[in-house]
Write a protein that binds this ligand. Structure first.
Ligand SMILES: NC(=O)c1ccc[n+]([C@@H]2O[C@H](COP(=O)([O-])OP(=O)(O)OC[C@H]3O[C@@H](n4cnc5c(N)ncnc54)[C@H](O)[C@@H]3O)[C@@H](O)[C@H]2O)c1
Length: 416
């Protein structure tokens, strides 16, 4: 259980339930305020969920126990789940990434070393049960998606009923359905910053500046990206009130190339003017438009075959380096596992200087548009839209577009 999901669902106005087998993890998230209520008895959880649904009052609940029990009991109790996913660490199924139903947290930990084969069989059995229950919910209308944690992959390996007749996963990855077409293809991704002063007052100023910039951009934004901007305006307005800082004074939001440059430029100016008391470091997550080649996650909605190459992250890092990033990194693995992904990342120090102002424009522009170009070459409609817009905005930027062939012509040529 990460704290992000219950907090995000509360901000989005949902009633949410997360399950976590490790009591310590539950308590940490509860004490830090990421989740509103904790239940150890599933019958009490059911009563509370039904009451919350009836009253429509937003609340986030944690169930200290196995996720399989929640899916199964909610199916028996006919509790309608609108949206569901799984966030166990299934990229590491045999060493504690996934705890099987029917065993307590301590029992599982003992079994992992005492009888690894029995543990593996328990995990496979649990995954089959979990998918069976999820399938009941999806028939009733639940939208289920793979979170990028190898759930569908491991469930299929365990023999769970998770494949279609032609051997494809019956549920989408969240990148294929949501993040790719709504965010990454338009250049929206997780832009983040850290206030080097570690002063909450500086963070509050950056929040205000970011909000002002997004509001300004939303005034003239095309319909295609207005929702993304509005979501992030709502998010940044509420971020401080939701008390989300647990260490460094840092923040994250989703923005496109134009938004990232506008926000970073305004930070740099505020540092130069002395409004922000110390430098700000900008960066982003790997889970973004351009920095990562990962066919099972970040690039899973690139359907022209090129998702199986790993050129984008490398070009991204080289381009960022020569455009002024303070540091860059290129690394294998992470999330979906070794050999399955290449990640490129950067950090840039904004110190209020004119030089930093120039570098941030050059580097952020490349850091985002490099990936949009690749997504556009793959004929992703949204990326082609974003790239055309960028070329209208940026003098001298010329990127080739793919020719869109008529499927009928191709089918006829191949005799289908
Ligand atoms: N899509 C994304 O953006 C994204 C981001 C971060 C992580 N991930 C992936 O999500 C997975 C989880 O990441 P994390 O950082 O939260 O990992 P984590 O290991 O910190 O958390 C997973 C939790 O699941 C609990 N758990 C395992 N099996 C369970 C079960 N059957 N029932 C209830 N609880 C169970 C564990 O006790 C653990 O606390 C990883 O595979 C990671 O790669 C995806």
């Amino acid at each position: 259980m990460s704290g992000a999901q219950p907090k995000a669902s509360a901000i989005a106005g949902l009633i949410s339930v997360v399950a976590e087998v490790n009591p310590k993890a539950v308590m940490t998230r509860y004490q830090q305020g990421w989740v509103d209520e904790v239940y150890t008895d599933i019958k009490k959880l059911v009563v509370r969920v039904k009451k919350a649904v009836a009253s429509g009052v937003v609340v986030s609940m944690a169930y200290e126990g196995n996720i399989v029990d929640v899916w199964e009991v909610f199916a028996e109790e006919n509790i309608k789940i609108d949206i569901g996913s799984d966030q166990t660490s299934l990229h590491n199924p045999w060493a504690g990434g996934y705890y099987p139903a029917g065993y307590s947290f301590e029992e599982s930990n003992r079994l992992i070393t005492a009888d690894p084969e029995k543990f593996r069989e328990a995990v496979r059995h649990s995954l089959r049960r979990q998918v069976e229950a999820i399938n009941v919910h999806t028939v009733r209308g639940t939208y289920f998606f793979d979170y990028g944690n190898a759930f569908l992959l491991e469930a299929s390996r365990a023999g769970a009923d998770v494949l279609t007749a032609v051997g494809e996963f019956r549920y989408p990855s969240y990148v294929q359905d949501i993040m790719g077409p709504m965010c990454f293809d338009y250049g929206f991704g997780p832009f983040r910053w850290i206030c080097c002063s570690n002063n909450p007052k500086d963070l509050a100023i950056t929040d205000r500046i970011a909000e002002e910039q997004l509001v300004r951009l939303a005034l003239t934004a095309p319909e295609e990206i207005r929702l993304q901007l509005e979501d992030n305006i709502r998010w940044i307005r509420e971020a401080a009130r939701n008390n989300l800082v647990v260490g460094s004074q840092a923040r994250i939001l989703y923005a496109d190339s134009e938004g990232r440059i506008a926000i970073a430029g305004a930070f740099n100016k505020a540092i130069a003017d002395g409004e922000i008391s110390a430098p700000v470091v900008i960066g982003r997550d790997h889970h973004d438009v351009s920095g990562t080649d990962s066919p099972f996650r970040e690039t899973s909605n690139i359907y022209d075959g090129s998702k199986f190459t790993s050129d984008m992250a490398v070009q991204n890092v080289i381009g960022d380096s020569i455009r002024g990033a303070t540091w860059v990194s290129l690394h294998n693995g992470g999330g979906v596992g070794w050999g399955e992904v290449i990640n490129g990342g950067f950090g840039m120090v904004l110190d209020g200087s004119a030089n930093a102002g120039l570098k941030l424009c050059m580097m952020l522009h490349w850091d985002v548009n490099n990936g949009i170009a690749r997504r556009s070459w793959a004929r992703n409609r949204e990326a082609m839209f974003a790239l055309k817009r960028e070329m209208e905005r940026t003098p001298g930027l010329v990127v080739t577009f793919p020719y869109i062939a008529d499927d009928k012509v191709i089918d006829e040529a191949f005799g289908e």
